[in-house]
Design a protein around this ligand. Sequence first.
Ligand SMILES: [Zn+2]
Length: 136
Amino acid sequence: MDSGMKRFLNEMADRAAAVAEGAKDAASAAGKVVGEKKEEATARLELMRLRSERESAFSEIGRAFYLMNAGRWPAGAESADHRIESLLGRVSELEMKMAELAAKVAKDAARSCPSCGAVCRPKDRFCPSCGCKLED
Ligand SMILES: [Zn+2]
C-alpha cells in the first residue's frame, strides 16, 4: 500500500472514532434531557412552539403589508389593515406568554439544594438527593 493511501485510511479511522465519540456524547446528553424534570422540558418545548408561531405571524404581517402596498391585497377579503392589526395583537399575546414561560423556566432552573447542589422541584421541602431541608 502506498503511503498516501495509508495516511488516508488512518485519517478515516480517526474520523470514524471521533464520530463514534460524538454519538456517545449525544446519547448521554439525550439521556440527561429524558432525566430532566418533565415540566421544564414541556415548558421549553412550549416556548419553542410559541417562538415559531410568532415567526409565522411576523412573516404573515410582512406578506400582508407587501400585498397591500403593491395593490395586490385580494378584494373582498378582510382589509389588510385589519389583518395586520389582529396579527400584531397576536404577536403581543404570544410574547406575553413567552415571557411568562421564560420566567417560570428560569425560576425552576434556579432552584437547587444549598447543601449538595442537586436540582430540586419548586414544591420539594427536602432535597431528594441528600435530604437537606430546603428554604421556601
Ligand atoms: Zn441536597
